[in-house]
Design a protein around this ligand. Structure first.
Ligand SMILES: [Zn+2]
Length: 389
């Protein structure tokens, strides 16, 4: 590390100037040695320090107002450290360490799930025009229709024929179903994956921006301003893209409702992000408006879920996916309650500064909620891959 010192300044003065430059809570641990000195053309002395900058953590009471968020976490705060030290603090212990790592690990989990999902897409069919099993019936009516039992009668050994009077027609119907289930996948084209990948990208974006936000927000007030907005955008992106698999795969055969719900949530998401980014809405009086917008955006997911249940209540995939969505809502709801009530640290202030405070629990619950939504997405893919419209 290099510090520029003018010839007419004492070393003590230069150290004082340097201390200001290195922010309030950081200092240079060891002074320079004579053989580390270098001289520039302008007559200035450049002193090379062999030690890195050391930064200290501070208590809640020492924080500037913009970093005061949770009065029940008393210590282990990083405060206005230089950017390099702030970034490197990802490997040290402070009250944000687990907030950073929970969502960073969550990001890596969803990255792995994305790769896994991309690899498990079935190969396109040799007959790309056949997108749905229903088309199979049009193409091969004798195979799929109720004529098949008669067809099979002609091929099967005599003891299975109607003439022998021993074969239950149900057996032949069952054989027809088996043949259909074998042939149909061969002629199917898998349903489009983009809504599912949009959700996975939204989840990865949210988790990564959250992790970065927790890492470098404490660097400066300007950085906090930027990072909080990025965090809002990430949350909105996760909520909006979570709708896409649900709405698209449920209503892909009813374009009106599909476009209606997709358009609604996308518009809602863009509006929420805009409100979060415009400075006039950043004042304290709009805090409840911002929170209300995010809440309404999440809760509006109930509408397509109820609609789906009414329209397709006979489909086991719809019941199963709704079960996952209920579980997801429970995880997210629990997360919001923990986040808002600041449990457990409010019961024992200072006890959970490093491990176990509400924001860490909130992060874990968000990952659990997003993962159950991923499982619901797999159910949708299986349903639409096999049945189409
Ligand atoms: Zn967070």
């Amino acid at each position: 590390m290099y510090v520029v010192v003018s010839d007419n300044m004492s070393f003590e003065d230069s150290m004082a100037v340097s201390a200001v430059a290195f922010e309030k809570t950081c200092f240079i641990e060891r002074s320079s040695e004579s053989n580390d000195m270098e001289y520039s053309k302008e007559g200035e002395t450049q002193i090379k320090f062999s030690k890195e900058v050391k930064c200290e953590m501070v208590d809640f009471d020492s924080l500037p107002d913009y970093l005061k968020d949770n009065e029940f976490i008393l210590g282990y705060y990083r405060c206005e450290w230089p950017l390099k030290e702030t970034i490197l603090s990802i490997f040290s212990i402070h009250n944000e360490t687990l907030n950073i790592w929970t969502h960073l690990i969550g990001f890596l989990i969803f990255l792995s799930l994305t790769v896994f999902t991309a690899m498990m897409i079935p190969k396109d069919a040799p007959f790309p025009s056949m997108q749905h099993p229903g088309e199979l019936e049009n193409a091969m009516p004798a195979l799929i229709s109720w004529h098949l039992p008669e067809l099979l009668v002609n091929c099967l050994p005599k003891r299975f024929s109607y003439a022998s009077n021993v074969t239950d027609p149900c057996v032949l119907t069952s054989v027809k179903d088996d043949v259909t289930s074998i042939i149909s996948p061969l002629l199917m084209k898998p349903v489009t994956r983009w809504p599912f990948f949009a959700f996975l990208c939204g989840a990865m974006f949210c988790l990564l921006t959250s992790s970065i936000c927790h890492l470098i927000l404490c660097h400066s007030e300007r950085m906090a301003f930027i990072m909080l907005r990025l965090d809002y955008v990430g949350i909105a992106a996760l909520i909006v893209t979570s709708f896409y698999p649900l709405v698209y795969y449920s209503f892909m055969c009813q374009p009106f409702y599909c476009h209606l719900y997709m358009g609604f949530i996308t518009t809602f998401g863009v509006a929420t992000i805009s409100v979060s980014l415009v400075p006039v809405f950043q004042t304290a009086e709009f805090r409840s408006v911002r929170a209300g917008l995010f809440f309404c955006m999440g809760v509006s997911g109930l509408l397509p879920i109820m609609h789906k249940l009414i329209a397709f209540h006979h489909r086991p995939e719809v019941i199963l996916s709704a079960g996952y969505e209920l579980l997801m809502g429970t995880f997210y709801g629990l997360g919001v309650v923990v986040y808002a009530t600041r449990i457990p640290e409010r019961w024992m202030p200072g006890r959970f500064d490093i491990i176990g405070h509400s924001h860490q629990l909130f992060h874990v619950l968000v990952i659990a909620g997003a993962y159950t939504h991923y499982l619901a997405g797999l159910v949708y893919l299986k349903w639409r891959d096999f049945e189409g419209c």
